[in-house]
Design a protein around this ligand. Structure first.
Ligand SMILES: Cc1cc2nc3c(=O)[nH]c(=O)nc-3n(C[C@H](O)[C@H](O)[C@H](O)COP(=O)(O)OP(=O)(O)OC[C@H]3O[C@@H](n4cnc5c(N)ncnc54)[C@H](O)[C@@H]3O)c2cc1C
Length: 324
């Protein structure tokens, strides 16, 4: 697959040499109001702190900019993917031979009683705090989840029995054909860590409606949630949270632990001795180290328990056979 959202498109199209990339940057620089950066190390933009360079990083300033960027990418069949906070991504050591699109400029935030309209580029936890400060109930259990609001919607991020979609009214997005859409919550088909109908779109914003509550109590819940997260997760190391989705009726971490893999090291990556569902970067880990542990965990859990583990994290810039 090439063009927007063709994240594993390396075999389909290579971007060409440095001259082509520089010329593309020049063209995009003229076309867009937002920044276009050359050779951006993705290890600096992912929570794993792993990954090579994106040839280009484009940061459209607004919807019109995004439309122009999308049309350009589609026209030239250039590979691209949307980079949020990089909290759920494993990027290849070779990087991404195409355009990473970052929507950090979509950061509006408007409150009207319990109704909140927010840009997808907001940092999720900042957005949560803004809502709690106004005594709005519903996001407190998601406190401390890293990443952007757009990424949270795309992943239907959740914790402690709550999901980002719980109080959602509608999502705004631009599809690969350049059509702006406002989808009602039930049109999106949200399920566990999935948002089917907005999977291949640029999510630009969302509207929520929250019931009112007591601000002080909400912050107490938030503190409790943050403490529990610190207790359970290996927060001292770079990670991207849970590697696998929860298989029905099981916990991925427990299965990996029961398979005898807790603490297993490969290169500079390790299956966390604190939580076997998480892989940590011990410092200087390569994507291939993490991928090796992912493969091992999958193989052993399948062999020992006949249960297939499905990745929650997304792989960026890998050849199809590498990621299989
Ligand atoms: C320490 C730690 C703890 C975590 N705990 C949790 C947890 O409790 N619950 C949970 O659900 N997750 C958790 N995660 C995973 C991660 O925080 C979530 O998946 C988060 O929602 C990812 O958001 P992001 O902006 O970083 O997205 P990214 O990682 O940048 O991208 C993830 C996917 O979303 C797409 N995407 C991002 N933004 C947009 C957009 N605007 N439009 C379209 N597509 C977009 C990307 O292309 C990619 O496919 C944790 C991660 C870490 C590092």
């Amino acid at each position: 697959m090439t063009g927007p959202f063709g994240r594993n498109s390396l075999e389909a199209l290579r971007f060409g040499g440095a001259g082509v990339v520089a010329a593309t940057r020049e063209e995009l620089g003229k076309l867009l109001r937002g920044e276009v950066l050359l050779g951006v190390p993705l290890r600096e933009r992912t929570t794993y702190r792993i990954g090579g360079e994106a040839q280009l990083l484009a940061c459209p300033a607004d919807l019109e900019d995004l439309r122009r960027l999308n049309a350009y990418l589609v026209d030239r069949s250039l590979p691209s993917f949307v980079l949020g906070g990089g909290a759920n991504l494993l990027v290849s050591d070779r990087g991404f031979p195409g355009v990473a699109v970052h929507l950090g400029g979509f950061s509006r935030l408007a409150f009207k009683e319990g109704v909140v309209n927010a840009g997808a580029g907001l940092v999720l936890d900042e957005f949560i705090k803004s809502c709690l400060r106004r005594g709005l109930v519903g996001l407190e259990c998601l406190s401390g989840i890293p990443g952007s609001l757009g990424g949270a919607l795309r992943m239907n991020a959740g914790a402690f029995g709550a999901e980002i979609s719980d109080h959602l009214v509608e999502v705004e997005c631009l599809d690969g054909q350049g059509r702006f859409k406002v989808l009602q919550k039930d049109e999106v088909a949200f399920s566990y860590r999935q948002a089917l109908r907005i999977r291949e779109t640029y999510i630009t914003g969302a509207t929520f409606r929250f019931p009112p509550g007591c601000k002080e109590q909400l912050f107490l819940i938030r503190e409790d949630i943050l403490a529990r997260r610190r207790q359970r997760q290996p927060w001292q190391y770079p990670t991207a949270g849970s590697v696998f989705k929860r298989p029905p009726g099981h916990y991925a971490g427990k299965l990996i632990e029961d398979a005898g893999l807790k603490g297993r090291v490969l290169g500079r990556a390790q299956i966390s001795p604190k939580h076997a569902g998480i892989v940590i970067n011990l410092g200087g880990a390569r994507a291939s180290d993490v991928l090796g542990l992912i493969r091992l965990a999958r193989q052993e859990v399948l062999r020992q328990f006949r249960i297939e583990l499905e990745l929650e994290q997304e792989l960026i810039g890998f050849e199809r056979e590498e990621s299989g």
